[in-house]
Design a protein around this ligand. Sequence first.
Ligand SMILES: Cc1cc2nc3c(=O)[nH]c(=O)nc-3n(C[C@H](O)[C@H](O)[C@H](O)COP(=O)(O)O)c2cc1C
Length: 161
Amino acid sequence: MEALVIYDSFFGNTERIAQSIGNALGQLEDVGILRVVDVKPEQLAGLKLLIVGSPTRAFSPSPSIKKFIKSIPKNGLKGVKVAAFDTRVTDEEIDSAVIILRIFVNIFGYAAKPISDRLVKKGGELIAPPEGFFVQGMEGPLKEGELERASEWAKQILAKQ
Ligand SMILES: Cc1cc2nc3c(=O)[nH]c(=O)nc-3n(C[C@H](O)[C@H](O)[C@H](O)COP(=O)(O)O)c2cc1C
C-alpha cells in the first residue's frame, strides 16, 4: 500500500474525517483507510505515507491508537512521511464547562500532537503540522465544514508528496 489512513472512532466522527482525508488522497496509487484495530503489522511494509487520527479522549489519543504506535518497531517508519489529526470539542464547549477544563486543555492539549511526536520517534518524517477537527457537543456530529477542511488538509499533504 502506498498510503494508509489509520483511525480510531467511538461515535463515527473521526471515521468520517479519515474517509474524507483518504478520498482526497485518491490521486495516489493505493490508499487504505483502516480502523486501527484492523491493522496488521505487515500492512506498514512499503508504505510511503501514514496518516493517523484519533478522537481526543482525556486530552490524549485513544488507547488503541497508543497501543498501535507502541507496536511499531524502532525506526519502523524510516522513509515514511507521517501526519496526525484528531477530533475534539470546540473552544465554546470548553469555555462553557467548569473553568478547570480550560486549564487542563491549556496544559495537556489534544491527541494530534502526541500522535505526531510518537510517529516521528518511530522514524517518520513529519509532512504536516498536527491538525484538529471539531465536533459539536461531546459526541458530534462534526461541526459544519469540517469534512471539507479535512479534504483540504489532505490535499496540502498530497502537494508535498
Ligand atoms: C470520555 C470522553 C473524553 C473526552 N475527552 C476529551 C478531551 O479531553 N478533549 C476534547 O477536546 N474532547 C474530548 N472528548 C470529546 C471527543 O473528542 C469526541 O467525542 C470525539 O471527537 C468524537 O469522535 P468519534 O466520534 O470518532 O469518537 C471526550 C469525549 C469522551 C466521551
